[in-house]
Design a protein around this ligand. Structure first.
Ligand code: SF4
Length: 333
């Protein structure tokens, strides 16, 4: 199984390679990818350097061009696709049908991976993208159970990639009305949900009030360890409830260390670590743990067990210092 790691900048790219990633995904410094934060991503020059570093290390580089162009602005996305061809990316990660069409016509030699943002969850849809655009791989949305992934793998020859570790999003992968309602910005083209410029903290009388614009997302003690505030992971007072609760989603990270053998047996070919917005130290720590886990599994698949020390390292860097297996272990369909 491939270990695919995030690189928001050159330091993270080197950290991922040194820690044992098989492949790196990254984006260009504009809104052609869904993580267009200030200070993140690659210029044409740094992309060229990144491609050379990745090739020298014998790894793979996938360029993320996974946002949806607005009418009249398509050229920026075409330029990004052409740059990927120039720098010999090992694959493009894309969701928009018109871009898949452009890339498959213009650069038929460039492998295409269907982004999680396409939210494709059934074999017929995967096979359609394969027939029309020749996609080699699809990144599955984080809403599928292990059984659904197994069933999918039986009915398609498209290679499957899943999220193994990182933040969870309960919406249709980046198309969030919650965040755009409160901030007025698209989580897709704006770089993230809950952009930092809308976040406000106010501390008084031992309490910390966290707001996104004017919406109170959480109230905690000032010493309490809290994750980055996003609307779906806020605590709200539901009608009739006595205490504010996490009524939509808890702040927690997806972690599938325990499920590694089942993911492998399900036919998953690539494990993705989420987090291009995270620090090089984070990328290094998480990549090292997953390298060890995959190597341990490959060495003796039948004896594989997740180790407590791996989980400790991952829990420390997880949202809310808690992890979940998310939908993979959901019993209902
Ligand atoms: S607010 Fe929650 S559901 Fe919406 S994009 Fe952010 S993480 Fe996803």
């Amino acid at each position: 199984m491939e270990l695919l790691c995030p690189a928001g900048n050159m330091a993270s790219l080197k950290a991922a390679i040194n820690a044992g990633a098989d492949a790196i995904y990254l984006g260009i410094k504009d809104n052609t990818n869904a993580r267009s934060f200030a200070g993140l991503n690659f210029t044409p020059d740094t992309l060229k350097q990144a491609a050379a570093i990745v090739k020298r290390a014998g790894k793979k580089m996938y360029l993320t061009i996974n946002t949806f162009p607005q009418t009249g602005q398509e050229q920026r996305w075409y330029d990004a696709i052409n740059a990927a061809a120039d720098y010999q990316a090992d694959a493009l990660i894309m969701a928009d049908i018109s871009l898949l069409d452009y890339a498959s016509q213009r650069h038929p030699q460039l492998p295409l991976h269907l982004s999680v943002q396409a939210s494709v969850t059934n074999a017929a849809a995967l096979n359609f993208f394969q027939q029309e655009f020749g996609i080699r791989r699809a990144v599955l949305p984080r809403v599928l159970s292990l059984k659904q992934i197994r069933d999918l793998a039986k009915d398609t020859s498209v290679e499957l990639e899943v999220f193994a570790f990182g933040s969870l999003c309960i919406m249709a992968e980046g198309r969030c009305q919650l965040s755009s309602y409160v901030t007025g910005e698209s989580p897709n083209r704006g770089g993230s949900c809950s952009p930092a410029k809308h976040v406000r903290w106010h501390e008084a009388n031992g309490e910390r009030l966290t707001r996104l614009n004017e919406v109170l997302v959480d109230k905690t003690g000032v010493e309490e360890n809290i994750g980055y505030p996003v609307i779906c992971k806020g605590r709200y007072l539901a009608d009739g409830a006595e205490q504010p609760e996490f009524i939509l989603e808890s702040p927690t990270s997806l972690s599938t260390l325990e499920l590694l053998p089942e993911l492998a047996r399900s036919g998953v070919g690539s494990l993705k670590i989420e987090g291009r917005q995270r620090s090089p130290a984070y990328v290094s720590q998480v990549t090292k743990v997953w390298r060890q886990a995959i190597d341990t599994y490959l060495h003796a698949p039948e004896q594989y067990q997740s180790r407590a020390i791996w989980q400790q390292v991952l829990t420390k860097v997880s949202e809310g210092q808690a992890t979940t297996a998310g939908a993979y272990q959901r019993s209902w369909q």
